[in-house]
Design a protein around this ligand. Structure first.
Ligand code: GAL
Length: 373
């Protein structure tokens, strides 16, 4: 934007100069030309002065938020958690940071990386100031970063974390990119601890072994990988003997969570002690299957998720689910928006920002509900 403006002023000044160079005699036509030339160079000078003042003001206060254009692409609008996140992001950009709603373009990646690539290329063509991208596939980050870097547009990645080496490469190569998220290891550990802290440590049938199923998100995603790994690690670290009955991908989806749990319940029956779900949407599906099978959560089976969707927190308060982990989309959305504006205003931005997760059990569910409702 600024580059374009400077060029326009430069062009006017050059025109004025060449016109002055031509006006050497005093004929009436020449006098008229001279007058026009003078007016033109005065205009150009005023414009240049205004531009300079604007540039100084920008350097001091930052760019007027009402002029900032942000391109956002979410991996999939159909995702419950990312819908809460997306709404918060938009609300914060407009109502707290003062951006104009019409300057924010939010696209649905439709869980299709090539579709999302087109959206990113369109953001470049339209001259956006900054992008906030929730990648469909974290492995596409090098391509996306290359496009943004070449176009001189900073990018804030959210929710799906790129590789650590890549995050370091942004620093080493002076690339304006950052990641804002939450450390998925922490959420997995919290899930495992919630089970380990139960009186029977998750051994609902009391046979000495905690038999569980793992309903995974999209396994390409580090959130799914770490939650799967760290939840069980925390449980075994507490001295619990475990046996995995099933591990299956449910792609963060409620219906898939329901199907996977229903199948496991019919195959393993009462042996199944704990249903670990990588997120709450799948945990809600698991609860449907558990109820349909006539089992009772917190009596003969346990279920935990991640995100703290309102419905899940209410279920925890009503003793229908065991626990979840608050995935703080307020903190993440606000940090992502703040960092995007820092980039626009030429401030220093680190390569990674992590927002803490919070354990949610019957003990604090009411408090968390207050926060999210
Ligand atoms: C996770 C969240 C899931 C899903 C996923 C999408 O952090 O827990 O519910 O939204 O992100 O990448």
């Amino acid at each position: 934007m600024r580059l374009k403006k400077v060029m326009a002023v430069g062009l006017a000044a050059a025109m004025a100069l060449s016109m002055t160079a031509c006006s050497s005699s005093t004929s009436s036509t020449e006098a008229a030309t001279e007058a026009a030339t003078e007016a033109a160079s005065e205009d150009a000078a005023t414009e240049a002065a205004e531009e300079a003042a604007e540039t100084v003001a920008e350097a001091v206060e930052g760019k007027d938020p009402a002029e900032v254009k942000v391109g956002i692409s979410i991996y999939q609008f159909a995702d419950n958690f990312m819908t809460l996140y997306r709404n918060e992001l938009q609300d914060y950009l407009v109502n707290e940071l003062g951006l104009k709603a019409e300057n924010i373009s939010i696209m649905d990646g439709k869980n299709d990386q090539s579709e999302q690539m087109n959206q990113i290329r369109n953001f470049v063509t339209q001259g956006f100031d900054v992008m906030i991208i929730n990648l469909v596939q974290a492995s596409s980050e090098p391509d996306v970063t290359a496009i943004c870097h070449e176009a001189g547009i900073p990018v804030v990645y959210i929710n799906r974390e790129p590789d650590a080496e890549r995050e370091q490469a942004w620093v080493d190569e002076g690339i304006k990119a950052t990641y804002v998220g939450a450390d998925a290891r922490q959420s997995g550990t919290f899930q495992g601890e919630e089970i380990a802290e139960l009186e029977d440590k998750g051994d609902a049938d009391g046979d000495g072994v905690v038999r569980y199923i793992m309903v995974q998100g999209d396994p390409e995603n580090v959130d799914a990988q770490y939650r799967t790994e760290k939840s069980i690690e925390a449980l075994t670290a507490a001295g619990v003997e475990v046996e995995e009955l099933v591990k299956q991908r449910g792609d963060w989806d409620q219906t898939k969570g329901q199907e996977i749990t229903a199948n496991a319940l019919s195959q393993f029956g009462d042996k199944l002690d704990v249903v670990f779900c990588n997120n709450d949407a799948m945990a809600l599906g698991a609860l449907q299957a558990i109820e349909a099978a006539g089992r009772t959560v917190n009596e003969d089976i346990y279920v935990v998720g991640v995100d703290a969707l309102v419905e899940v927190v209410e279920n925890i308060m009503n003793n229908k689910m065991t626990g979840t982990v608050f995935n703080d989309y307020f903190g993440q959305a606000h940090t992502a928006a703040d960092k995007a504006m820092d980039f626009v205003n030429g401030k220093e931005v680190d390569n990674v920002y992590m927002v803490d997760y919070v354990k949610v059990t019957a003990d604090n569910a009411a408090e968390i509900l207050e926060l999210i409702k």
